[in-house]
Design a protein around this ligand. Structure first.
Ligand SMILES: NC(=O)c1ccc[n+]([C@@H]2O[C@H](COP(=O)([O-])OP(=O)(O)OC[C@H]3O[C@@H](n4cnc5c(N)ncnc54)[C@H](O)[C@@H]3O)[C@@H](O)[C@H]2O)c1
Length: 117
């Protein structure tokens, strides 16, 4: 996908998929905000972007509607990659997996819709 000069929010940007998206979209002259709570992601994945003038890191949690609203504010495009993977994890702790993967996703949808309306 080619985007240029757009304001892009990447949730889960400190994770595997998100950090690779950030690298690509910074190369294409976009302005990136990354929202991540670093639960499974690593600062190492975004360390190289921290000094970049078009990169902004927000440590926050998609289970918080306020964190989602704050992150979405001003964004034109949202790439929602924040999630808790692993079937064994979801069996061991289904409440947390549901809160993040279902509730957090809903928070992102509601926040994105409110920003545009
Ligand atoms: N890696 C793959 O090969 C692959 C393939 C297909 C689909 N996916 C999907 O892509 C998404 C990302 O996968 P990934 O491999 O990058 O996983 P990952 O664990 O590397 O990244 C997920 C990121 O989300 C963050 N996160 C988790 N809970 C959060 C919360 N409550 N608030 C904010 N941030 C939170 C983590 O800290 C992490 O940085 C997942 O939905 C996954 O199922 C991944």
């Amino acid at each position: 996908m080619i985007l240029e000069g757009r304001r892009v929010l990447v949730t889960g940007g400190a994770g595997f998929i998100g950090s690779n998206l950030i690298e690509k979209f910074l190369e294409q002259d976009n302005y990136i905000t990354c929202l991540d709570n670093l639960s499974t992601g690593r600062m190492d994945n975004i360390f190289g972007f921290l000094d970049h003038p078009r990169f902004n890191f927000l440590k926050g949690d998609i289970r918080s509607l306020d964190d989602c609203r704050n992150a979405v504010h001003g964004s034109e495009i949202v790439l929602h990659q924040a999630a808790l993977g692993s079937v064994p994890r979801s069996i061991n702790d289904p409440i947390t997996s549901n809160d993040v993967n279902v509730g957090g996703f809903l928070n992102m949808l509601v926040s994105s819709k409110r920003w545009w309306n």
